[in-house]
Design a protein around this ligand. Sequence first.
Ligand code: UD1
Length: 374
Amino acid sequence: MRIHLIAAARPNFMKIAPLYHALDQVEWARPVIVHTGQHYDINMSDAFFNDLGLPDPHIHLGIGSGSHAEQTGNVMIAYEKILLKERPRLVVVVGGVNSTMACTIAASKVVYADLPEGSRRPVVAHLEAGLRSKDRTMPEEINRLVTDALADILWTPSPDATENLLKEGVPRQKIENVGNIMIDSLEMMRQKIVAAEAFSALGLSRGRYGLITLHRPANVDSPDILAALCRLLIAVSERIPLVFPVHPRTRKNLVAFGLLDGLQQAEKMILTEPMNYVRFMNLVFNCQFVITDSGGIQEETTYLGIPCLTMRPNTERPITVDQGTNQLCTMESLGPRIDRILAGAAKSYHVPERWDGRTAERIVNVIRSKMLFN
Ligand code: UD1
């Protein structure tokens, strides 16, 4: 069974890796990695393939950056050609980036004209289905809504995601709570992460620094908001060292808004290039807290029991707040929350069900039982 695994942007690579490795071990599956090229810098893409033991993408669409419509349209046009040539039986899309939606649309509408009815298009499965921030100003929310409306199989990471889909009228038999695939990657790479010592290479002490990641348009695309965030982070860095691997979108805006110098001059603020998976996760494993607007990091910190301060008004991963270590923060509440963490007051937490490193195995079993013998 030819199975396309769609990878496009940095957070996708950790989601396809465990599944690729699991499918590569069963004789009935031929996993094919399709990289759309949405992320293309070495440290946003190739570095992750190396770390995660993935082969070079079998197919590369080379799309690159663009406006939302350009990027989505270019992926659809390029991927439709591949679909017609390759005729995969199953297409697995992950997460909620523009390429996730674009490949879902292309695969849902393609027609393998000369094949019998019932096999004229691939089955589309969405891994990490059902996440909802209920905030349609976020491009990912639109991508997730469209993807979930079209996908034939919906693999959710947690019960709240399953509930969201049921409320939207998705038939129960299309949904399976398979757990959180990011935890599979983390467990797969644990030994290397622990051995990496990225934090000590930056002169930091275990448990005595904070880690920052920021890249959401709502935080980094407006000069006023980004300037206010920089002032806030510089103030925090006067109390505890902070390390900040800077996403390309954020770097571009820090330069354009004249904010980069101020950050670089802050004595205990360490700015770095985006890091590969293993080094970055080593920084997560050993930090005292994370300040972020990323999705995946909210989950990884909950799994690891590390306080996570999310600079957003909402999250599509509410289980990390209800059960985990995550707290949604505003500019006003960040300081007091850091005070409490520095004073040793940790939020109690437990790890959600099926965040156990066995999600890829469950998915392989579902594919086998749903598709192989049908
Ligand atoms: C994308 C996803 C977002 C995800 C994030 C993870 C969408 C709508 N957004 O946001 O959900 O959380 O990836 O990183 O799909 N750039 C580079 N090099 C690269 C890639 C991008 O320099 O390898 C720069 C380009 O200037 C580009 C900008 O970053 O225009 C934004 O890239 P893009 O993929 O459009 O969105 P992200 O902000 O990365």
